[in-house]
Design a protein around this ligand. Structure first.
Ligand SMILES: Nc1ncnc2c1ncn2[C@@H]1O[C@H](COP(=O)(O)OP(=O)(O)OP(=O)(O)O)[C@@H](O)[C@H]1O
Ligand SMILES: [Mg+2]
Length: 337
C-alpha cells in the first residue's frame, strides 16, 4: 500500500493508530501478526532500516559489520521462522529512496513470491508527491496496489483535533470556543495542516501563560499567528549570505530616507555606500539586481516595473516585511554595527 499527502494531514498518526488496532485484534483472535513501524528519515540509512526490520522479526543485527545482503538474508529467515504476516510501515520512504535507491524496496516486494510462510505487507508513506517518479515501475506496481491520498484537513476536522488535544493539554476552560474555531479556520485556510494548527494553539497558550491570561482567546490566537510568521521570517533573514543581507539593508535605508525613491538605481547607490563604510568590495549592479530578484522570490521584498518616460524603465523595490524586522536583524550584526 502507498499512502501519500501533504505534511500534517495525518498520515503518520492515522497509520500508527490503525496498526495498534490491528495488533490488538490479532492477539484477540490469536492470529500471527507482527507490525513494525520505521521512519526512514530517522533511521538514516538502508542498513539501519534493514536492521530495524530484522529486529521486528526477532533477529538481532549488530550496528555495523555485516554486509547488507547478509542482513537481508537473516531478515528473510527470521520472517520465515516467525510465520504469519509482518505489516511493515516505511514512513518517509522517499528519504530512503533518495539516499540509497529503490533496491531494498524492490527486494522487499519480491519476498512474498519466494516465501511460503511469513509474508510481508509493505506500507510506504510519503509527502513528496513526485516521489513515485523515482521508483522502478516494478516497485511502483507492487507498492501502489492500493493507494490512499490524505487530503488537507477542513476547518471542522481541525476543530475536532484541536478540541481533543485541548482537553488533554489545557486546564478546564483554558481556551474559548471562538479561539479554537479561529485557530482551526486559520490553519485550514493556509494548508489544512494539523501540525500547524496544533502549533498555533500551543504558541497562543504560551503567550497567554506569559501574560497571565486566564484563557486562550481569539486575541492570543492572532498574536500567535503573527509571532509564528515573524519568527519564520527572522529565521530566513538570519541565514541570508552577507551581500544578500547588505542588499536588504540597502532597501531598508533607501526606503527609510525617501519612501518614494526606491528604484534599483537608488538602492545600488545605498549599497555602494554601505560597502564603502564597512570596508567591503561592492558587487556589480548586475549581481545586486540578481540578489534583489532572489529577495523578491522569497517574499522579502516586492518589486514593480515602473515607466520613467524618456529615462526608460526601472524597478521600484519595497520591503514586504515590517521595517522593525529588518531593524532587529541589524541589531544582531556585530560586524556592521
Ligand atoms: N486525525 C487526527 N487526530 C488527532 N491528531 C491528529 C490527526 N491527524 C493528525 N494529527 C496530529 O497532527 C500532527 C501531524 O500529523 P502527522 O504527523 O500524522 O502528519 P503527517 O501526514 O504524517 O505529516 P508529514 O508528511 O509531515 O510526516 C501530529 O501531532 C498528529 O498527532
Ligand atoms: Mg509523518
Amino acid at each position: 500500500m502507498f499512502i501519500y499527502g501533504k505534511p500534517g494531514t495525518g498520515k503518520t498518526a492515522v497509520t500508527r493508530f490503525v496498526l495498534q488496532h490491528l495488533s490488538a485484534k490479532s492477539s484477540e483472535i490469536d492470529t500471527p501478526l507482527s507490525v513494525s513501524y520505521i521512519n526512514c528519515r530517522l533511521a538514516g540509512s538502508e542498513y539501519r532500516v534493514l536492521s530495524m526490520l530484522s529486529q521486528s522479526v526477532k533477529v538481532p543485527v549488530p550496528f555495523t559489520g555485516i554486509a547488507t545482503a547478509e542482513v537481508f538474508d537473516r531478515f528473510k529467515q527470521g520472517l520465515k521462522a516467525m510465520g504469519g504476516i509482518l505489516i511493515s510501515v516505511l514512513d518517509e520512504v522517499d528519504m530512503l529512496v533518495k539516499a540509497s535507491g529503490d533496491k531494498l524496496l524492490y527486494e522487499l516486494t519480491r519476498i512474498n513470491e519466494t516465501s511460503p510462510t511469513g509474508k510481508i505487507v509493505l506500507i510506504g508513506i510519503s509527502n513528496d508527491l513526485n516521489f513515485k517518479d523515482l521508483l522502478d515501475p516494478r516497485v511502483l506496481s507492487s507498492l501502489s496496489e492500493e493507494e490512499i491520498v490524505f487530503h488537507p484537513y477542513t476547518a471542522d476536522e481541525l476543530y475536532d483535533i484541536l478540541l481533543d488535544r485541548a482537553k488533554i493539554a489545557l486546564v478546564q476552560d483554558g481556551v474559548t470556543e471562538g479561539a479554537l474555531r479561529l485557530c482551526a479556520a486559520l490553519a485550514a485556510a493556509e494548508h489544512g495542516d494539523a501540525r500547524r494548527a496544533l502549533d498555533l494553539l500551543r504558541v497562543a497558550g504560551e503567550l497567554a501563560e506569559r501574560e497571565g491570561g486566564r484563557a486562550i482567546t481569539e486575541d492570543y490566537i492572532r498574536k500567535a499567528q503573527w509571532k509564528i510568521e515573524h519568527d519564520r521570517v527572522t529565521e530566513v533573514l538570519r541565514t541570508l549570505p552577507l551581500h544578500q543581507r547588505l542588499v536588504l539593508y540597502s532597501v531598508y535605508f533607501t526606503q527609510q530616507e525617501n519612501p518614494k525613491e526606491t528604484l534599483t538605481g537608488n538602492i545600488y547607490e545605498t549599497y555602494e555606500r554601505i560597502c564603502r563604510k564597512a570596508g567591503m568590495e561592492p558587487l556589480t549592479q548586475r549581481r545586486v539586481s540578481g540578489l534583489l530578484n532572489e529577495l523578491d522570490a522569497m517574499g522579502i521584498v516586492n518589486s514593480k516595473l515602473v515607466n520613467l518616460g524618456r529615462h526608460g524603465r526601472s524597478k521600484r523595490v519595497r520591503l514586504s516585511i515590517p521595517m522593525e524586522q529588518v531593524q532587529s536583524l541589524l541589531k544582531e550584526e556585530t560586524r556592521l554595527s
